[in-house]
Design a protein around this ligand. Structure first.
Ligand SMILES: [Ca+2]
Ligand SMILES: [Ca+2]
Length: 405
């Protein structure tokens, strides 16, 4: 008994995790609704507050940096859950003691405008601002090895297609080299933490010095986003939003009151980013930044990374489509008669940003037909009858729908 007490006392005096704090950043409470209109799945795996980030901090250790993300609710453990695909217990599927949360951290280490990547992991549907383009990304997920190989697979597939388009069919040696290049590229840019501790409302994860080139710095800028995790990467759940591509380990979005997917509230834009919470000083800034997209033009919301002092946010420009460069008209202006040969750059070097970008969706009919005004009014009426919206909300939404006539 006394031995146990002594060990407990020792642990209290010398916590295993003691280290110098590098920074602590706070996030608003109650803003786990993304651009303001995302609701949790109705199933038992999620509850409001579960993905509500309240702080993000970094602490020095011998091996590297321990980051900590803290949430409004206790982190859900996989103990009692089983797979939705098989009879496997969830704890045998995931590698760590959580299963509903992904946290991406995009880090701008050089502070140079335009230097680094602006793409994010598949399915996040946001881009990082050019001013805070990132050098290193940390992706906390319950199945790190699986997520890393999935990401490598997605990027390799695209890169291989690029190579085949410019070089024709590839020799075995070329394919081996290509796979090696992609492995290096993913390892250089992404880290999927495998040393993870879950306790109460917090998840701590170690990022080694080798990955960040030292400890994390309070001078760098950080973009931290939280998404709902689907550790089984199911592909049989219909996906409403996103550009038709599966996200990396992400829960899908749908209409209605889905059991197993997130939803966007009645009459809000279904094309909104699938980010549940993002680290910004106020909820208002988060809503503004996440609402700054145009799903019809295919323009994603631009999110800036922020400094740990959280004093300054460089607001990105409003979402607009890049102007289409018409090459022909320029050629016409030339009077030399002889056309300059178009130099085709061999795509031998993988371009990480491009490989991470979603493939533009082929034009096809939307999966969910636009509902008529009558249908929407009826749905609204149902919501009122069920007491799911207030009389005031009912009136406001009714007015909005009728304006579409
Ligand atoms: Ca929050
Ligand atoms: Ca937030």
């Amino acid at each position: 008994m006394s031995i146990i007490r002594n060990i407990a006392l020792l642990l209290l005096c010398f916590p295993l995790t003691a280290g110098e704090t590098i920074f602590t950043m706070k996030d608003a409470t109650g803003d786990d609704n993304g651009a303001g209109t995302i609701a949790y799945p109705s199933g038992a795996d999620f509850e409001r507050g579960d993905l509500d980030l309240i702080s993000f901090s970094a602490e020095k250790s011998k091996k590297g940096t321990w980051f900590e993300v803290r949430f409004a609710n206790n982190v859900r453990k996989p103990d009692e859950r089983t797979s939705s695909q098989s009879n496997l217990p969830m704890k045998d599927i995931v590698d760590h003691d959580f299963y509903t949360i992904n946290v991406d951290v995009y880090i701008d280490t050089d502070g140079k405008v335009g230097s680094g990547l602006t793409s994010t992991l598949p399915g996040r549907d946001v881009v990082v601002s050019k001013a805070t383009a990132w050098e290193k990304a940390v992706a906390l997920t319950p199945r790190p090895n699986n997520a890393e190989s999935l990401l490598r697979g997605m990027m390799t597939k695209k890169h291989r297609k690029d190579l085949e388009d410019s070089e024709g069919s590839l020799s075995q040696e070329r394919v081996r080299q290509m796979r090696e290049d992609m492995r290096e590229l993913v390892e250089q840019r992404f880290f999927f933490p495998t040393r993870v501790n879950v306790r109460g409302r917090s998840i701590r994860f170690l990022v080694p010095k080798e990955f960040l080139g030292g400890h994390a710095s309070a001078d760098w800028r950080y973009l931290v986003v939280v998404t709902g995790c689907d550790p089984e990467q199911r592909t049989n759940v219909p996906i409403l939003s996103g550009r038709g591509e599966p996200g990396l380990m992400m829960m899908p979005f749908n209409y209605g009151r889905p059991f197993e997917s997130f939803r966007t509230e009645f009459d809000s834009d279904p094309g909104q980013p699938r980010i549940i919470d993002a680290l910004y000083p106020t909820a208002d800034q988060q809503v503004k930044l996440l609402s700054n997209f145009d799903s019809i033009k295919g323009v994603a919301a631009i999110l800036p990374g922020i400094a740990p002092d959280q004093k300054e946010i460089a607001p990105p420009p409003p979402a607009k489509k890049k102007p289409v460069v018409v090459v022909k008209s320029r050629d016409k202006g030339k009077t030399t008669g002889k056309k300059a040969p178009v130099k085709v750059e061999p795509k031998t070097k993988p371009d990480a940003d491009r490989l991470l970008k979603p493939t533009p969706a082929k034009k096809k009919k939307p999966q969910v037909p636009k509902r008529s005004v009558a249908e929407r009014l009826k749905e609204l009426e149902d919501l009122r009858k069920q007491g799911l919206i207030t009389e005031e909300e009912y009136k406001a939404l009714r007015k909005k729908i009728l304006e579409d006539l």
